[in-house]
Design a protein around this ligand. Structure first.
Ligand SMILES: [Zn+2]
Length: 377
């Protein structure tokens, strides 16, 4: 039972809690400013060495510019995994975020306030959708944007709802118990909220839309042993058919799903590689360049039905899924997937940092490209 809504979602309190971390950071920032030139020099030398070793080169204007140099020039801010963790913890404290429940409504409010604080524009798309068992679900897709007038846009997304049943729990008694959804639900949203916060502190010119999709995880109960229709990713399906803006378009999208477990490995999932292979390779190359390669495997894996399926197929926006999926467990997902143990104990700040810093670096690289194109024209 949770009755934390008002105190937890008050924007001033949220800001104060984050500011405490910022204050600590400001001293570090001061020290960092003194030693920055030295560190930057060493960092550049190390990156050049790595680049020379792996031969990663890209051509631009006839000159050869290494990915390492581009990353240095893009000046992406430093992702704060403590902050991402905090955003995950807050969501989990509401209890399972199953559509039509009080915890779901309370968390929606919290997410609207948080995302609205950091982005410059907030849209909330409310709808009714029908689940596989006939239940009508009241859903909210929560959409925060930066630079709404810019045509060159990147879509970032994650689902914020949680599965209504732990139908993969080792104990059959839990098969109709809702999951806490720390990793499967809250982790992607936590990383995106921290990315939004970093962009708000380090403004860019490229258009960014952050969509928190509802009702991703209300698909058929495992006991049915089959899909009876398109009942996963109901929020994303609704949005893909009814975008929040007429003729909405983004150059590409990145979906985050289950990005917080300590043993996470993100493989090259088939639907992502079918629709957006270039984006996926770029993101993976960046992760390896900035020393998070151990999380991002170039191994190809089977397609997963997730929000990106419908963004690719219905909205026609090339979208990749950064998802913990491979062959390390019998389901392919993380150990506690769709069990009552998907709680805060699963969440590892190192994994949040690897994903958050990689995506943030990618965004600032794309922004640098846009700035350059505009200054050239
Ligand atoms: Zn799930």
């Amino acid at each position: 039972m949770v009755s934390l809504l008002i105190c937890l979602t008050h924007p001033e309190q949220l800001e104060n809690m984050i500011k405490k971390k910022e204050n600590r950071k400001s001293f570090l920032q001061m020290v960092r400013n003194y030693i920055k030139p030295v560190i930057m020099g060493i960092f550049m030398a190390v990156l050049s060495f790595i680049t020379a070793c792996n031969g990663s080169q890209q051509k631009s204007d006839g000159k050869t510019i290494s990915l390492a140099e581009q990353i240095m020039k893009a000046e992406a801010p430093v992702f704060n995994p403590d902050s991402a963790y905090y955003f995950i913890e807050k969501q989990v404290e509401f209890g399972p975020r199953v559509p039509n429940t009080t915890a779901h409504s309370q968390c929606a409010w919290y997410l609207m306030q948080s995302l609205g604080n950091y982005t410059t524009h907030l849209d909330v798309q409310e709808a009714k959708v029908r689940a596989y068992d006939g239940t009508v679900l009241n859903i909210k897709n929560i959409i925060g944007s930066f630079n709404t007038k810019t045509k060159d846009r990147i879509l970032l997304c994650a689902h914020w709802d949680t599965r209504p049943f732990a139908d993969h729990d080792p104990d059959p008694a839990n098969h109709f118990t809702p999951i806490p959804g720390a990793n499967d639900g809250a982790s992607g949203v936590g990383v995106l909220l921290e990315i939004a916060r970093q962009i708000s502190l380090n403004p860019i010119n490229i258009g960014i839309d952050i969509i928190l999709f509802d009702a991703e995880d209300y698909g058929e109960h495992q006991s049915l042993q089959a899909r009876t229709g398109d009942y996963w990713a109901l929020g994303a399906q609704y949005w893909a058919k009814n975008p929040h803006i007429n003729n909405y378009n983004a150059r590409f999208g990145i979906l985050l799903d289950m990005v917080g477990a300590s043993d996470a490995v993100f493989t090259m999932e088939a639907t992502s590689m079918y629709y957006a292979p270039d984006i996926m390779k770029k993101v993976w190359d960046i992760s390896h360049q900035i020393r998070f390669g151990s999380y991002f495997s170039y191994k190809r894996t089977n397609a997963v039905v997730d929000d990106h399926t419908y963004i690719n197929e219905i909205a026609n926006i090339p979208t990749i899924d950064i998802i913990h999926y491979g062959e390390n467990s019998y389901t392919g997902f993380f150990e506690h997937w769709h069990t009552v143990n998907d709680n805060m104990d699963v969440i590892d700040k190192n994994t949040l940092n690897a994903v958050g810093q990689t995506v943030l670096t990618f965004i600032y690289l794309e922004n640098m490209k846009l700035d350059k194109a505009q200054s050239d024209s």
